[in-house]
Each structure stands twice: as C-alpha cells, then as structure tokens.
Design a protein around this ligand. Structure first.
Ligand code: PRP
Ligand code: MN
Ligand code: MG
Length: 181
C-alpha cells in the first residue's frame, strides 16, 4: 500500500475502532428494525466504504440503494442547495429508510436529503453517520446513529476524499496542511 504518513498529521479513528463501532451500531439497528422492512440508502461517493462494512455487519440480508448529490452555488461546498446527480432506483413510499453517510460536516447535505425523503412519503427516515463534526454544524441534523464525534479538521480516509483521493485509506486521518495549501 502507498505510504501516506508524510501526508497526514494524526490518525483520528483506526480501522479497528471503525469495525468495532460498526458491529455495535449494526446490533442496535438490527434490534430497532426488528420486523420492519429496512432499506439502506448510501450517499455516493463518501459512504461507499461504511455502507459495505455496515451492511455486512447486519445479521440479515438487506436491500441497498444509492443516491448521488452535489452542492452547487458560490463555489464553496455545501451551499445547502443540492442537486441530484443520481436518484434512487427505489420507490421509498411507505418504506423504512436508513440513510448511511460517512460524515456530517455542516449538516446541509443531510438536512436537504431528510426533507427530500420525507416528501416522498417514506414511513420513516433515520440517519447513520460514521463521523460528525459538532463544531462545523450550520444546521442541526436529527441523526439516530453516530459513530464518532471528531474535531473540525480536514479529514480523509475510509471513503472521505481530498480532490477524489485518499478514499481508500483504511483509517480516518487528518490531512497535513501542506497537501492542500
Ligand atoms: C461529503 C461527505 C458528506 C458531505 C458532508 O460529501 O461525504 O456527504 O460532504 O458535508 P455537509 O454536512 O457539510 O453537507 P461530498 O459532497 O464531498 O461528496 P463525496 O461524498 O462524493 O465526497
Ligand atoms: Mn458525501
Ligand atoms: Mg467529498
């Protein structure tokens, strides 16, 4: 594997900590949704890794769908105005939806998605985000399942990118400022 130790400053969450947390949350989700028809919805592309591992930590087979969204506006990301790049293939009317996300940063992406899914008549919509940055919140997102609260720093790995790179890094780490400045 590529050695990126000179491109990161700190490892915030290790691969082992992630897998342990996924087992805990999967057990909780399995009991919360007992007897219900659950649909997992992953938000491309950041959620690919967490979806793959989380879905396989569940004790039963579960359908997965994907949505791709992008913020646009004045150039800064997460303007809150969200555009659908790939819509769901599934009609979620009357379905129990669990949105799977890698991270809640400003919260704007998820708050838009929650409203969008509610308007489609889902029976329930909940959120599982592996990571959350409480100090970056611009809107409060009501998320039932959170893996780890982390500081407001530029993090990469386990799905999270900088300029489409580093998603395949196995831990979650802080990107060294010299990489992006
Ligand atoms: C990142 C991340 C979340 C979102 C969180 O996605 O994966 O989806 O930003 O930010 P917010 O809470 O401020 O809205 P990004 O838009 O970078 O796309 P990607 O998943 O393809 O990397
Ligand atoms: Mn994303
Ligand atoms: Mg990104």
């Amino acid at each position: 594997a590529t050695d990126i130790s000179d491109q990161i400053t700190t490892i915030l969450v290790t691969e082992e900590q992630i897998q342990e947390k996924l087992r805990e949350i999967a057990a909780q989700v399995a009991s919360d949704y007992e007897g219900k028809d659950l649909l997992l919805v992953g938000v491309l592309k950041g959620a690919v890794m967490v979806m793959a591992d989380f879905a396989r930590a569940l004790p039963y087979n579960v359908p997965m769908d994907w949505m791709a969204v992008s913020s646009y506006g004045s150039g800064t990301k997460s303007s809150g105005v969200v555009q659908i790049r790939k819509d769901l293939d599934t009609d979620i009317h009357d379905r129990h939806v669990l949105i799977v996300e890698d991270i809640i940063d400003s919260g704007l992406t998820l708050s838009w998605l929650l409203e969008n899914f509610a308007s489609r008549g889902a029976a329930s919509v909940e959120v599982f985000a592996l990571l959350r940055k409480p100090d970056a919140a611009k809107v409060q997102v009501d998320s039932k399942y959170i893996g780890f609260d982390i500081p407001n720093e530029f993090v990469i790995g386990y799905g999270l990118d900088y300029d489409e790179r580093y998603r395949n890094v196995r831990d979650v780490a802080v990107l060294a400022p010299h990489v992006y400045s």
